[in-house]
Write a protein that binds this ligand. Structure first.
Ligand code: YCP
Ligand code: CO
Length: 284
């Protein structure tokens, strides 16, 4: 399913916020934090195989078990009631809370490591619903930067190259739903989805084109980069992508160019390894 906004859930925001205070007592997983430069990716299972909270790594759940609510879901009755009213749970594999602040995500594809999971249990359709967000939170897909607003429901194409950013201290909390493959993804939701092809224009953030001088300044990071500051440089390049339009494949191409110009083989190797891991091939 292409990334698209399919509607807006009717959420009582003060009531939801009051309930989400419960989160301060939850134990969140740091799984997938290696995808980020900056603060970690914190997640917490609300619905999973066998209802187990587990360690947050999708490949580590027992996929033979039917999915069920976890102990955390019981403490969020308003949110979970809303999930039940809005979505068909028959094909729902996982529901998670995903929290980030002050961080950027390395552009990647998801689902690459799920090949061993049986088809009925393999995630194929993802939905995002922002529960707490602000203007400093963004997503990127290919060369489009966009925002998801509070309570909007989005189909999210996790197989395309995507990234996210939070330039804020406030915790951005999203609900993530992962469904198994079904012929008609429209049937996963109980409301009538908006007819949209792709990311709507009013969600897209327009960015000025990157100038040649700005590009040259970024490439001069070749004089600075080493294995100690690798993630700092990566973070800088990713952050720039959210502010300036550097063209298609800007982040990975810029990292490759910086690495080549650094004449440091260890840095070049690292970029190649990460490129393969995040975009091409990943074993569980
Ligand atoms: C995402 N993908 O795109 C997640 C972040 C790793 C997997 C963590 O939001
Ligand atoms: Co992802």
């Amino acid at each position: 399913m292409r990334t698209q906004r399919i509607g807006r859930l009717d959420i009582d925001q003060p009531r939801l916020l009051a309930e989400l205070e419960q989160m301060s007592t939850f134990v969140f997983s740091d799984a997938y934090s290696d995808y980020l430069c900056g603060g970690p990716w914190k997640s917490c299972m609300l619905w999973s195989s066998g209802g187990s909270v587990g360690d947050g790594l999708i490949t580590n759940y027992d996929h033979d078990k039917a999915s069920a609510w976890t102990e955390y879901a019981e403490r969020l009755p308003y949110l979970c009631g809303m999930i039940e009213r809005s979505f068909h749970l028959d094909h729902l594999n996982f529901a998670r809370l995903a929290v980030i602040s002050n961080s950027v995500i390395i552009p990647h594809r998801d689902l690459l490591e799920l090949g061993e999971i049986p088809v009925h249990a393999r995630n194929a359709h993802r939905l995002h619903v922002p529960l707490v967000t602000n203007e400093a939170c963004y997503f990127a897909e290919e060369n489009i930067v966009y925002r998801m607003k509070f309570a909007e429901a989005w189909f999210f194409d996790a197989s395309s190259i995507h990234s996210a950013a939070s330039f804020s201290e406030q915790s951005r909390v999203h609900l993530l739903l992962d469904f198994a493959d079904v012929r008609d993804a429209g049937k996963l939701v109980k409301f009538k989805p908006d007819e949209q092809a792709g990311i709507p224009r009013d969600s897209i953030c327009s960015r000025p084109k990157m100038t040649e001088a700005e590009r040259a300044s970024l490439l001069s990071l070749a004089d600075v980069i080493d294995l100690d500051n690798f993630k700092d440089v990566f973070s800088l390049v990713i952050k720039k992508h959210y502010r300036k339009d550097g063209g298609p494949n800007f982040i990975w191409d810029t990292m490759t160019s910086i690495a080549e110009a650094s004449r440091n083989p260890a840095v070049s190797l690292k970029v190649r390894e990460l490129h393969e891991y995040f975009l091409l091939k990943r074993s569980a």
